[in-house]
Design a protein around this ligand. Structure first.
Ligand SMILES: Cc1ncc(COP(=O)(O)O)c(C=O)c1O
Length: 450
């Protein structure tokens, strides 16, 4: 990357991505998509830059240059998914070698470490990496990779990258990789904090339009380049030219999207914190987050991931998701659309149940990715969905009691109003879960806690 590019602000870099119209691209302002799967050679044993699409292609090269520029990294490589980027890092290890990983990670990464790398004798120790000492204590003579996700999926816990880099780099034989999917190079700079590799599911914020599956990594180490390029080519895990084109286009609006999403996210998180049907909200840029200070020190902003606990169990939490009209019930994140899932039954269902519960991935945990819709619409949707979930319980209990006359009193401000008009009606609507309900009936007064 030339010094001239390095000096530019992030927004300028994102729009230009190191691409220059010139004679090779007919002076197109937008890079053409190079769909050719093979390239004419001028000699049987060599090529003129490109040989075969899997090995490299013009669209991938343009995107890799742009991603490296955004991270101020020497190199970037793209992969067919975040998972294949992570698998390439693990494939740098040999049988008998060892990984130390943060324990709260994307379920697919856990499955790869445990069920695929584990089968060929690469073992993993999972630690609570919110305390760097736990990482240090887990290092073994055969440890070759320390892998962190920060903020973690789904609980948004943080690891101190700089502190852990100090620990890891006391040794020369350990690579330190950070999954930076949740923040991107716009808000967090793992390489500058001491990591060797930052790795991404580009599928999420970097692409941001929910229409591409891709992974990427950035690094500065010259020795890693041929080894990782070899894996990219020979494991056949490079992305297609068309996907590279789509991501290149998406990156131009990355900072714009993220700034807007952060603003909406904080508003939504504050709303959820004040909601009587939500017991806890996790969002690193809220002062209530246990690692808020680290968040302010280590990151320059936040994207739009929120984890929150619904008052209730799986049934009530599922009902909340089913009631959404604006937010989509879907298992991805980082797109322009707001997306929500219950990690315990989807992205993190493969974790052992007791481990999952110990870490806080319980059945009432919702992972929410705030999109670019009007934030007031998102908030209204969440509110209605939460209140609707409460309604189901009251309905059942009131009917079971066979009570004909009902008078509601509740601490929840909107509930009395919503319940008005439901007197003499067994189908009381929109009464929130957790509200105290007084029922007057011929058989006397009873109090329900739905
Ligand atoms: C933090 C994180 N890393 C990696 C991945 C895997 O990425 P992909 O789905 O692109 O393979 C995911 C997927 O959700 C993720 O959330």
């Amino acid at each position: 990357m030339s010094e001239e590019w390095k000096q530019l602000g992030f927004d300028t870099k994102a729009v230009q991505l190191g691409y220059k119209p010139d004679v090779s691209n007919n002076y197109s302002l937008v890079p053409p998509i190079g769909l050719s799967s093979t390239f004419e050679q001028d000699d049987p044993s060599s090529h003129r830059g490109f040989l075969y699409v899997r090995q490299n292609n013009p669209s991938r090269q343009i995107l890799e240059k742009g991603l490296a520029l955004l991270e101020d990294a020497k190199y970037s490589l793209c992969f067919s998914s975040g998972t294949s980027a992570i698998s390439a890092i693990v494939q740098l290890l040999n049988t008998g070698e060892h990984i130390v990983s943060s324990e709260i990670i994307f379920g697919g990464t856990y499955r790869y470490f445990d069920k695929i790398a584990g089968r060929v004798g690469i073992t993993t120790t999972y630690v609570d990496a919110t305390d760097p000492k736990n990482v240090e204590n887990a290092l073994q003579v055969n440890t070759r990779l320390v892998y962190l996700e920060t903020p973690s999926n789904p609980l948004l816990s943080l690891c101190d990258i700089a502190r852990i880099a100090e620990i890891v780099h006391k040794r020369q034989d350990i690579l330190f990789a950070v999954d930076n999917t949740f923040l991107t190079s716009y808000y967090q700079r793992p390489l500058e904090l001491g990591a060797d590799i930052s790795v991404y599911s580009v599928t999420k914020y970097l692409n941001g339009h929910t229409d591409v599956c891709m992974g990427a990594m950035c690094f500065n180490n010259d020795d890693l380049l041929p080894r990782l390029r070899y894996l990219q080519n020979n494991a056949g895990v490079g992305p297609s030219p068309f996907d590279c084109y789509l991501v290149h286009r998406s990156l131009k609006t990355l900072p714009l999207r993220l700034r807007h999403q952060m603003k909406s996210c904080l508003k939504v998180a504050q709303f959820l914190e004040s909601h009587p049907l939500v017991t806890k909200v996790l969002c690193p840029w809220l002062p209530s987050h246990p690692q808020h200070e680290l968040s302010k020190r280590q990151t320059s902003g936040y994207t739009s991931m929120i984890a929150f606990y619904v008052k209730g169990e799986l049934q009530e939490t599922s009902t909340v998701l089913k009631k959404f009209r604006i937010v989509n019930m879907a298992g991805s994140l980082g797109g322009v659309e707001s997306l929500a899932e219950i990690p315990s039954v989807l992205s993190h269902a493969s974790f052992p149940v007791e481990e999952r519960k110990r870490m806080g991935i319980t059945d009432n945990l919702v992972r929410l990715s705030v999109g670019l819709e009007d934030v007031d619409d998102i908030i209204a949707d969440l509110d209605l969905a939460l209140r609707s979930a409460g309604m189901v319980n009251v309905h059942f209990q009131a009917c079971a009691l066979n009570i004909s006359t009902m008078v509601f009193t509740t601490a929840y401000p909107e509930a009395s109003e919503l319940a008005a008009g439901t007197e003499n009606d067994k189908e009381c609507s929109f009464l929130p879960l957790g509200a105290v309900v007084s029922l007057s009936s011929e058989s006397g007064e009873s109090v329900l806690q739905p």
